[in-house]
Design a protein around this ligand. Structure first.
Ligand SMILES: NC(=O)c1ccc[n+]([C@@H]2O[C@H](COP(=O)([O-])OP(=O)(O)OC[C@H]3O[C@@H](n4cnc5c(N)ncnc54)[C@H](OP(=O)(O)O)[C@@H]3O)[C@@H](O)[C@H]2O)c1
Length: 360
């Protein structure tokens, strides 16, 4: 018998209004769960309306909205009471400069400790699925190296002065990677000590796919940069290396499978990356895909500097290479094809009125 199923009680989702969180809620509602969607502001229609609308789709499950904040002690006591599973997706993000690296680190670590106190107090939760990141996996390696879940971002950092908690605000994305490593490790230790639940992590990489609401076009997110290209602008992020793309629907499905499956044990992690090399593409290949999917659009491509880099190095930096083999094997995850993911990202950006695409 699975520990988490629609028959074992309600489930809760933190960060439920976000891009990934909303898809986790949608997947759960589609499977018949009673879902307690925890969001900071249920009165904000941009964050809440698409979640409420999931009750009108004729789905077997149901969603209720609960006001909760990771930084407020005791905020999750009520929504977590008598739940059988928790999907801990929410965290303080840096999108659009909303939080500096120190706030990202502190928010992740203390916010998780806060929600985990409520897990312990509830006493009914059997599995916690944590949305970590590929940032907790990727570490210094030669180009072409293929990462697996055995890798930790803290590996091979002996001579890296950047990998320390001092002056995090001067170290860009290091704070985020350190936060995800520290949070995962604390979670597994807490679960082991408690003994009543297991904690497993999903480690997504470049997440794209259908946006479910206007709040999902987060400034500086991968979907936002793809939207820029559809507006005819250059690819500004990740053009020096590969975009290793995971579909947000697959990321959500993996969360639910990781809760339901009897295979994962405390401390198991599942990287959510491309299924194979077709999902590992450089910015020129990304532009080619988009031009084929949106033939009427004048899609932007490589930025200034790209040709110089190719002249010097022959190709883009061959990283990050990683595949979601473990999730496919252990959890039975089936993934969307790259063109479906890119088409749905672009289509929803346009349909939601989030971008004005550049016509040829
Ligand atoms: N998108 C990716 O490519 C990617 C890749 C790897 C990992 N991840 C991870 O996936 C998770 C979701 O990210 P996302 O891309 O979906 O971003 P997102 O849309 O910004 O979602 C983040 C969510 O966190 C919530 N949150 C922030 N501060 C909070 C607080 N103090 N209390 C309660 N909730 C708070 C926000 O909720 P409110 O809206 O209610 O404020 C938001 O819904 C994150 O843990 C992120 O690290 C994402």
């Amino acid at each position: 018998m699975p520990h988490v199923s629609p028959y074992n009680g309600p489930v809760a989702v933190t960060g439920a209004s976000g891009f990934i969180g909303s898809h986790v809620v949608a997947t759960l509602v589609g499977r018949g769960y009673q879902v307690r969607a925890c969001i900071t502001d249920p009165d904000n229609p941009v964050k809440a309306d698409h979640l409420r609308a999931m009750n009108d789709d004729g789905q077997p499950g149901r969603v209720t909205l609960h006001k909760a904040n990771l930084l407020e002690e005791g905020s999750y006591e009520a929504p977590l009471a008598d739940c059988c599973g928790l999907f801990h997706v929410g965290t303080a993000m840096a999108y659009g400069g909303a939080n500096n690296p120190q706030q990202v680190y502190d928010g992740a670590v203390s916010g998780t400790e806060n929600v985990m106190r409520s897990v312990a107090n509830a006493g009914t939760i059997k599995r916690v699925v944590y949305t970590s990141s590929f940032a907790a996996i990727m570490n210094p390696r030669p180009p072409g190296y293929v990462y697996t879940e055995k890798d930790w971002a803290s590996d091979n950092r002996e001579n890296d002065p950047n990998w320390s908690l001092e002056n995090l605000n001067d170290k860009g994305e290091t704070g985020y990677a350190m936060a995800k490593v520290e949070t995962e490790r604390r979670l597994y230790r807490m679960a082991e000590k408690d003994g009543r639940y297991e904690a497993v992590s999903i480690n997504p990489i470049v997440v794209l796919g259908p946006l479910l609401g206007k709040a999902h076009d987060l400034v500086f997110s991968w979907q936002w940069f793809l939207g820029r290209m559809l507006r005819g602008k250059d690819c500004e992020r990740g053009w020096q290396h590969l975009w290793n793309i995971a579909d947000v629907r697959d990321v959500a499905e993996a969360h639910v499978l990781a809760a339901e499956s009897e295979v994962p044990r405390n401390g198991d992690r599942y990287q959510l990356c491309a299924a194979d090399e077709s999902g590992e593409i450089d910015c020129r290949q990304l532009q080619a895909h988009l031009l084929e999917l949106f033939p009427e659009l004048d899609v932007g491509g490589a930025p200034e500097g790209y040709d110089k880099m190719i002249a010097k190095h022959g190709k883009v930096y061959d990283a990050p290479r990683a595949h979601c083999d473990k999730a496919r094997k252990d959890l039975g995850l089936r993934t969307h094809a790259i063109d479906d993911t890119l088409r749905e990202t672009g289509r929803t950006l346009i349909d939601l009125g989030l971008i004005e695409p550049k016509l040829k």
